[in-house]
Design a protein around this ligand. Structure first.
Ligand code: FAD
Length: 403
């Protein structure tokens, strides 16, 4: 493993740190008055923090720090793999607020850059970057989650439009999105022919189109992060197709692969969360920290977080050396899922009864963030690939076990 950064990487880091040192404190001061905290979704939930996220993304864009991985031509910095890791790690260290268009910046924008026409790039990229238009990503369906290629929402060509019918589900922030990047089935015979990865096409959909209905789903947290979206004869212009007809699987694989870049900062965020939890416990329920079982759990969490950080570093080292095969990536996703849950469970045990109080209760600890986390963090074993699917990938590609 080689952990040293190049002079260009160090200059990149220094410029980012200087930007954050100057811009972040006044931003946080300004938004504290709104009841905000140093992270994006303490007790208000992600949807409640969207105004703050929009303002922060605009601030980042002013410094050309909203999408460093994008080409300079489109407002990015042509960041290398190591620079993208530096970026996520520095942002995690500073506990910067979340951004407004996370899907737009990480997955959708790069898909438009790679597969869009010049006209499509010119129309859709600038408002993603400056946070003036919100985007959602509409892939999952009731029978197509882990098995995405099983999707059945159809788009049938009719003149210069496609007519769309079907249903998407678990679509994050669709209720505030102007645009959605969507996978539809343009060849309905493909599944019956046993070629389900074929006959899928990527589209960009105006969420105001007649025939599209968005219904927020209320979660156990009380928030509504994601939605069900139905299509009844919704007409999508041919000009909104991204890539060629029936090329959608290829387009989507690039977009989903980009989702993994963010994992580089997770070990740092989890480590900061553990430190914050211990500080809070010392203040509200210090005796709990004398319990040998609690101390053991804290030590194990610390060790697992450090192991995850090293896993990510090893994956990066392989990428930089051009080596193929990175089982560390699904392993790190597994770790992230487990550790987030352990941390959320430890919080309730270590903080005592007031730790279980939710937002609005007089004695709620840290505005109820730990109680919210306890139910919210269940998502980490499902989102971005369920635990069992990651294990299948490891068994198949890394351990090469027989099926
Ligand atoms: C917070 C959150 C935000 C999301 N946002 C979006 C979004 O913006 N856009 C979008 O398109 N989707 C989104 N999703 C959906 C997400 O992509 C799916 O939930 C995920 O792909 C799993 O699909 P599923 O829910 O249909 O579960 P299923 O695929 O039905 O799986 C359910 C369970 O079955 C088991 N299982 C499934 N397949 C296998 C297998 N091959 N081997 C062993 N066990 C298996 C696993 O235990 C799995 O957890 C979001 C999900 C979450 C939790």
């Amino acid at each position: 493993m080689d952990f040293s950064w190049s002079p260009e990487d160090l200059a990149f880091e220094a410029e980012l740190v200087a930007f954050l040192d100057k811009e972040l404190p006044p931003f946080i001061d300004e938004w504290e008055t709104d009841g905000g905290a140093d992270d994006d979704a303490p007790s208000r939930g992600i949807m409640g923090a969207m105004a703050k996220r929009q303002a922060w993304q605009r601030k980042l864009d002013e410094g050309r720090w909203a999408a460093p991985l994008w080409p300079a031509q489109w407002g990015g910095r042509d960041a290398t793999v190591s620079q993208s890791v530096i970026y996520t790690q520095v942002m995690a260290t500073y506990r910067t607020p979340g951004i407004y268009n996370a899907n737009g910046i990480v997955q959708i924008g790069p898909a438009i850059i790679d597969w869009g026409t010049d006209e499509q790039r010119g129309r859709w990229l600038p408002p993603i970057l400056d946070a003036s238009e919100h985007w959602c990503q509409m892939f999952s369906e009731p029978q197509a989650g882990s098995d995405l290629a099983n999707l059945r929402t159809t788009a049938i060509l009719d003149g210069d439009h496609y007519v769309v019918n079907g249903q998407k589900v678990w679509i994050s922030s669709a209720q505030i999105a102007q645009w959605g990047m969507c996978l539809f089935r343009t060849d309905p015979t493909a599944i019956a022919r046993g070629r389900k990865h074929e006959g899928i096409t990527m589209f960009v959909v105006d969420m105001e189109t007649a025939g599209i209905e968005v219904r927020p789903i209320r979660e156990i947290t009380g928030d509504s992060l994601f939605c069900e979206v139905t299509f009844h004869d919704a007409r999508i212009p041919v000009a909104h197709r991204l890539g060629d007809e029936n090329q959608g699987w290829l387009v989507s694989m690039g977009a989903l692969g980009k989702e993994r870049v963010g994992s580089a900062g997770q070990a740092i965020s989890m480590s900061r969360d553990l430190q914050k939890l211990l500080q809070t416990a010392k203040a509200v329920n210090p005796e709990a920290l004398d319990d040998p079982q609690i101390r053991d759990r804290v030590a194990r969490l610390h060790t697992q977080i450090e192991y995850t950080r090293l896993l990510i570093a090893r994956a990066l080292s392989k990428v930089l050396r051009g080596e193929r095969g990175w089982p560390e990536v699904p392993l790190a996703k597994l770790q992230w899922g487990y550790i987030s849950l352990w941390l959320a469970e430890l919080a309730l045990d270590v903080l005592g009864p007031t730790g279980a109080l939710t937002k609005g209760a007089v004695e709620a600890v840290d505005g109820g963030v730990w109680a919210r986390n306890y139910v919210w963090q269940r998502y980490t074993t499902i989102g971005a690939g369920p635990t069992e699917v990651q294990k299948n990938i490891l068994a198949d590609r890394a351990l090469k076990l027989e099926r």
